[in-house]
Design a protein around this ligand. Sequence first.
Ligand code: HEC
Length: 126
Amino acid sequence: MKRKYLLMPVLIFLIYACGGQSNQQANNTAGSDTKATAVKQEHKGKQLIAKSDCSACHSDKNKIVGPSYTDVANKYDNTPENHQYLTEKIVKGGSGVWGDVPMTPHPQLSEADLKEMVNYIFTLKH
Ligand code: HEC
């Protein structure tokens, strides 16, 4: 009888400790799941743009040095010719369409990456 009473607080503590820990683990797992989904849903072109130097001069919505991607998307029809034109412009750089400030050339980008980037820019069209 005496022993049982002594064990009670220990048991309660153990249950509390284990319960607390597994709750925390569950929360952590849920947190990283949400993150993973968010990254998965992000357009590949957006990720490539984020990895390149584009963000120094462009953003989705606001003009920085160059026009916002939304402005670019709204200026052009979503046609294969315009995809081709914008791809070449990113590779070669240049000025005169949005102002006198030139865009730097990007000859290092692969065709596949450029395609994703231009596809992403056109997702912002509205
Ligand atoms: C040094 C700054 C700078 C960087 C870095 C830069 N841009 Fe630009 N970008 C500009 C400027 C300035 C213009 C406007 C050029 C013009 O008026 O013809 C422009 C124009 C554009 C256009 C529209 C072209 C047109 O003729 O309408 C696209 C699309 C674009 N940039 C995408 C990108 C992408 C993608 C990257 C990264 C790989 C990038 N830019 C990196 C400055 C930059």
